[in-house]
Design a protein around this ligand. Structure first.
Ligand SMILES: Cc1cc2nc3c(=O)[nH]c(=O)nc-3n(C[C@H](O)[C@H](O)[C@H](O)COP(=O)(O)OP(=O)(O)OC[C@H]3O[C@@H](n4cnc5c(N)ncnc54)[C@H](O)[C@@H]3O)c2cc1C
Length: 593
């Protein structure tokens, strides 16, 4: 059976020691003690309520019958408990019934949810995405009516973009919206792959649907966003008459089987415009950006579950003897944790997880600044930083989450491949995160093609400047100088790669496309490296002190060193690959494949 305990000590480290959030309006009442209590309670909820229905939900899957979708046993009750405890309202605005907690804490809680039951997490996750899009682009009337219901979890949300012939290329979208002259619209079209499109956990479902108005220009410039409820609200605000929305089928898929992935039909369904006509992509991007960071968190959650499973098994499983001589001579064999190759698995997952947690919470802290700061310049700078880091977090964390799940299976040997221990489920569940919310290939193109050139590289400099300043300040530090010098080489590789890509892309966009995925990985490794260097700086000082945390900081230093010596050197190879350009990729004619 899978086990999971929230890594509270590390969460407290990133929240209070690594990143100290600046005092922001609306956060004054949240003392560190209060935030720690929230994390503890969330950890308990995830272990006690969500984890026990993770494997059974995977085994049973969702059920479809005559347009009705039932979630697996226990999901409905868990959703009720989740909503009643306010877990879906953590970082929502108190004006709409939220608790107004910082994004940093909400992201840590999200990680716990994903680690214990990613399928479950998708339902409130989509509602939060809908909340974010509606809050930033909806009319006051729509916001006042719908947001409190999304925040409380009484009603849930979806995002309906994908159609059978259009996934990445939303310019091909065909769903139509016809104005009715009374402020409402009638929507007609088919959407596929809609997460939480239909289910039995909330009393109403609010779909955010991309569609075209009759006078819409072709392509992505002609897309508008609409709010379409499953049931039209009656005069008391309760779910009333059925709208023209139906679920035609659910998908049978590789993983996240307890998450209903629905084919949705809209037949003259009544909806209301969100944001301006033809500006739907702008409104949807708000939701997609929030979701992209959340999908990154799914990768991290799975990585943490993989780590905990792999460590427990590596301590327990007896096979062979240590290459340095028996370490447990009283046992018939040593536990596999003594073997360097098993250590390689465990240290890799650990270094990824702790690095990603640190990076994710750095970005979440900047999201808090963007949301709450009263200084327009500070807000704008925060937004530029988030724009650059969003594709990195989404793609890197999900790639590493999948890699971690695979390493965990490898640690279990054949016992990882069979269902009993839950490791193969992690591999299957983590795979989708590399695909939805824009595939990881598309994230890389977004980074290279849009985010880096934007404003003459200003967003990029919001990341490069603190990194360069840290190196300058710490490269001769007696405790961590050597580590920092290695990190500086990786950063140098990223700077060279950036110059190379920028110059080549000006002349030939295919060159940027050929470099994109390797460039994103290089960027991601440097970003994790930066987190590890800052961690090492704190740990080097605190590991000298006696006390209960001595071992924690010693382990931090050892993991920072592992990352610097055994993972970061990949930066050099990535630079080499990037510089080879597009030639070998594009050499064959299409019909030679
Ligand atoms: C389980 C699940 C849940 C989902 N949930 C939702 C949801 O809630 N709402 C929703 O709207 N959608 C949802 N999706 C859809 C998902 O977002 C899309 O599958 C995804 O964006 C990719 O689109 P596609 O499948 O059509 O692939 P395609 O767009 O056909 O892409 C195929 C391949 O080509 C690559 N590619 C495409 N265009 C380019 C390009 N210009 N340059 C380089 N490479 C390119 C892609 O990276 C990919 O590798 C879900 C999908 C699944 C499987």
């Amino acid at each position: 059976m899978q086990t999971y305990t929230a890594p509270l000590r590390d969460m407290r480290f990133v929240l209070h020691e690594l990143h100290q959030s600046p005092p922001l309006p609306g956060t004054e009442e949240f003392t560190p003690e209060l935030l720690d209590t929230v994390l503890e309670e969330a950890g308990k909820f995830c272990t006690e309520v969500l984890l026990p229905i993770n494997a059974s939900g995977d085994e049973e899957g969702c059920h479809y019958e005559n347009g009705i979708v039932r979630t697996p046993k226990g999901f409905k009750e868990a959703y009720k408990a989740f909503s009643e405890a306010g877990w879906g309202a953590l970082n929502a605005d108190p004006k709409y019934g939220g608790q107004g907690l910082p994004e940093t804490v909400a992201k840590l809680v999200e990680e716990m949810i994903c680690a214990s039951n990613i399928s479950f997490g998708l339902y409130p996750g989509l509602s939060h995405g809908a909340y974010v899009a509606l809050k930033s682009h909806g009319s006051e009337e729509l916001k006042d009516f719908y947001l409190p219901k999304l925040v409380s979890g009484e009603w849930s949300g979806t995002m309906c973009l994908t159609e059978p012939h259009c996934g990445t290329d939303l310019g091909l979208l065909r769903t139509k919206a016809v104005p009715q002259g009374d402020g409402s619209y009638k929507l007609t079209g088919s959407k596929i792959f809609i997460s939480a499109g239909e289910h039995d956990m909330s009393e109403n479902i609010i779909h955010l649907v991309l569609a075209r108005l009759p006078d819409a220009p072709a392509g992505v410039k002609g897309i508008s966003l609409f709010l379409v409820p499953k049931f039209l609200p009656d005069e008391n605000g309760r779910p009333g008459a059925g709208n023209g929305v139906s679920c035609a089928a659910i998908e049978h898929k590789m993983g996240i089987k307890a998450s209903a992935t629905c084919q949705m039909n809209f037949d003259d369904a009544t909806g209301w415009l969100v944001g301006a006509p033809h500006k739907g992509m702008q409104a949807m991007f708000v939701m997609m950006n929030s979701e992209r960071l959340s999908v990154g968190t799914q990768g991290l959650g799975i990585g943490e579950a993989a780590y905990q499973g792999a460590v427990a098994y590596a301590r327990d499983r007896l096979q062979g003897r240590s290459l340095a001589g028996a370490k447990y001579p009283d046992k018939p064999a040593d536990p596999i944790i003594v073997h360097p190759d098993i250590r390689r698995n465990l240290m890799t997952i650990r270094a990824y997880n702790e690095g990603c947690r640190a990076l994710g919470i750095w970005v979440a802290g900047i999201m808090d600044v963007a949301e709450r700061s009263e200084n327009p310049k500070e807000k704008a700078e925060a937004e530029e930083f988030i724009a650059v880091l969003t594709p990195v977090v989404k793609a890197l964390f999900t790639d590493l989450g999948f890699e971690s799940a695979n390493l965990a299976v490898q640690t279990y040997g054949g016992h990882g491949y069979i269902r009993d221990h839950g490791m193969e489920q992690l591999v299957r569940d983590s795979r989708i995160a590399m695909i939805y919310e824009g595939t990881n290939g598309i994230q890389a193109l977004d980074l290279v093609g849009r985010k880096i050139p934007a404003n003459m590289g200003r967003g990029l400099r919001r990341f490069f400047h603190p990194v360069a300043a840290f190196i300058e300040e710490n490269q001769n530090d007696p405790a961590i100088g050597k580590l920092v010098q290695g990190f500086a080489r990786a950063f140098g590789a990223l700077q060279l790669a950036t110059g190379f890509v920028a110059e080549k892309a000006l002349k030939d966009a295919e060159e940027a496309g050929a470099a994109a995925t390797d460039y994103l990985r290089l960027f991601g490794l440097v970003a994790l490296g930066f987190m590890w260097m800052r961690t090492a700086k704190i740990a080097a000082r605190k590991a000298m002190l006696p006390g209960p945390d001595h071992e924690f900081y010693k382990a931090k230093l050892a993991t920072a060193r592992f990352f610097a010596e055994r993972i970061l050197p990949q930066a050099g190879a990535l630079l080499f690959t990037i510089k080879s350009g597009k030639a070998s990729l594009m050499a064959l004619e299409d019909d030679a494949f």
